[in-house]
Design a protein around this ligand. Structure first.
Ligand SMILES: Nc1ncnc2c1ncn2[C@@H]1O[C@H](COP(=O)(O)OP(=O)(O)OP(=O)(O)O)[C@@H](O)[C@H]1O
Ligand SMILES: CCCC(=O)O
Length: 361
C-alpha cells in the first residue's frame, strides 16, 4: 500500500459549480462537484463577492464527508485571469491576491481559486498554490502580432487541462513533454487549440475573447467590420454584445443550448439547421488545428482531442477526417483538472520542481 506523504485539497471554481478533491499523493480519495443554483450565483454582483459563500460550501462539504482538514499538507486552486505568466506551479502571494481580487485581466470564476486556496491554507499554516492558470503565456513574439497595431494577441486558454493532457500523452508516447511537438485541442464550453512546441505553448487562440473556432458558448472569431457596425448600431449595450460573444455565442446563439448531447439528439431527429451548425463547429476546429500545424512547420508528433465534446463520437470523427493526414489523432475525452492541480502541488512538496513566484505590480 502506498504511504501517505501528502494530503492535498484542490479547488476548481467554475461558473456554475465548485469542484473539489482531496488527494493522498497522486491518489484521489474524495472528489465532488458542488453545483450552485444559478439564482444564488447571480445574486452576487461580482465573482469575488461569491467568496464567503463558496468557502463555506467547501468547508461544510468536507465536514459532512468527515474529512479532517487539519491533516492537509497544502491547498491548491485553479488560477484565474492574472497577468501573463509562464506555466508551472505558483505560490499564492500578496500580489497575486490583489490581482485576483481586482480582476486584473477580467472576471472569471477561476479568479476565486487562488483566493480560496490561500484563505483555507493560511488558517492551517500550510502552503497554498495555483497551477497553470488560464493566462499562461508562452507565445512566440510573432504570435502576438494581430495585424491591428492597437491590439496585441493574448494567451488565454485551458492551460491546466492542456498541459496535463500534454504531459500524459508524452508519457504514453515514451518521451518527455519537452521533446515533442503536440497540438492539444480542448473541446469544452470554450474551445482552445494550442501549438505545444517542445514543452511551450507558442501559439493558441484566445478562447475567451473572440478568437478561434466557435464553441458551445463562445462565438470565436467573427467578421470584425460587421461586429463594429453592430456595436455602433445603437441597438445594443456593451454588456449585451459581450454576452452574445461569450456565454451566449456559438451553439447557444444558434440553437439555444450549450449541451452538445441535446444538439446530437436534434440532429438525429432530422433538424437540418442543428446539423449544419454542428458540422460548422467541427469544420472550424479542424481549420484551427491545420493552422497550428503550420505554426509547427508540419512537424507534429500527435494531435490530441480532449474536453467534454470529445465524448461525441461523430464530432470527433468529423474533425479527425479533416486532419488525420497531419499526424496521429489521440482522443482523451473529459478533463482531469483536479488531478492536475494535485500533481502540480505534489511536484513542489516533493522538491521535484521549484515553486514559481508571481510577479505582479
Ligand atoms: N457524451 C457526450 N457526448 C457529446 N458531448 C458531450 C458529452 N458529454 C459532455 N458533452 C459536451 O461537452 C461540453 C462541455 O464540456 P466540458 O465539461 O469540458 O466544458 P466545461 O468544463 O463546462 O467548460 P470548459 O471546458 O470550457 O472550462 C458540453 O457541450 C457537453 O454537452
Ligand atoms: C479558459 C479560457 C477559455 C474559455 O473560458 O473559454
Amino acid at each position: 500500500m502506498q504511504q501517505t506523504e501528502h494530503r492535498i485539497l484542490v479547488i476548481n471554481p467554475g461558473s456554475t459549480s465548485t469542484k473539489i478533491g482531496v488527494f493522498d499523493n497522486e491518489v484521489s480519495v474524495f472528489e465532488k462537484t458542488i453545483r450552485h443554483d444559478s439564482t444564488v450565483i447571480n445574486s452576487y454582483e461580482t465573482i469575488i463577492d461569491q467568496y464567503e459563500f463558496r468557502k463555506n460550501t467547501i468547508l461544510e462539504t468536507l465536514d459532512t464527508e468527515g474529512i479532517n482538514i487539519s491533516k492537509l499538507s497544502a491547498v491548491c486552486g485553479r488560477g484565474g485571469l492574472l497577468r501573463p505568466i509562464e506555466g508551472g506551479t505558483y505560490a499564492v502571494n500578496n500580489n497575486m491576491l490583489a490581482d485576483l481580487r481586482a480582476g486584473y485581466s477580467g472576471q472569471h470564476a477561476s479568479n476565486l481559486g487562488g483566493i480560496l486556496a490561500y484563505e483555507i491554507a493560511s488558517g492551517l499554516n500550510i502552503p497554498s498554490f495555483i497551477v497553470d492558470p488560464v493566462v499562461v503565456d508562452e507565445l512566440d513574439p510573432v504570435a502576438r502580432v494581430s495585424g491591428f497595431s492597437l491590439i496585441e494577441r493574448k494567451s488565454i486558454f485551458h492551460a491546466l487541462n492542456q498541459k496535463a493532457v500534454a504531459r500524459r500523452v508524452s508519457k504514453e508516447l515514451g518521451k518527455k513533454y519537452e521533446e515533442l511537438n503536440l497540438i492539444i485541442t480542448h473541446l469544452g464550453g470554450g474551445i482552445t487549440v494550442g501549438a505545444h512546441k517542445m514543452g511551450r505553448v507558442v501559439d493558441v487562440n484566445n478562447g475567451l475573447h473572440g478568437d478561434g473556432p466557435f464553441s458551445p458558448e463562445r462565438a470565436g472569431t467573427v467578421p470584425a467590420g460587421d461586429l463594429v457596425e453592430l456595436c455602433f448600431s445603437g441597438d445594443y449595450f456593451r454588456e449585451e454584445i459581450m454576452k452574445k460573444l461569450v456565454g451566449q455565442g456559438g451553439l447557444v446563439g444558434y440553437l439555444g443550448t450549450n449541451d452538445a448531447v441535446k444538439v446530437e439528439k436534434m440532429i438525429k431527429q432530422g433538424n437540418k439547421n442543428a446539423k449544419l451548425v454542428y458540422d460548422a463547429m467541427a469544420y472550424q476546429v479542424a481549420k484551427e488545428i491545420g493552422s497550428a500545424s503550420a505554426v509547427l512547420a508540419g512537424k507534429v508528433d500527435a494531435i490530441v482531442l480532449t474536453g467534454g465534446l470529445a465524448y461525441g463520437k461523430e464530432f470527433v470523427q468529423a474533425i479527425s477526417e479533416r486532419i488525420n493526414w497531419i499526424a496521429d489523432v489521440i482522443v482523451h475525452p473529459g478533463e482531469n483538472e483536479l488531478q492536475a492541480l494535485a500533481e502540480g502541488a505534489l511536484r513542489i512538496l516533493r522538491g521535484e520542481e521549484e515553486v514559481k513566484e508571481y510577479p505582479g505590480r
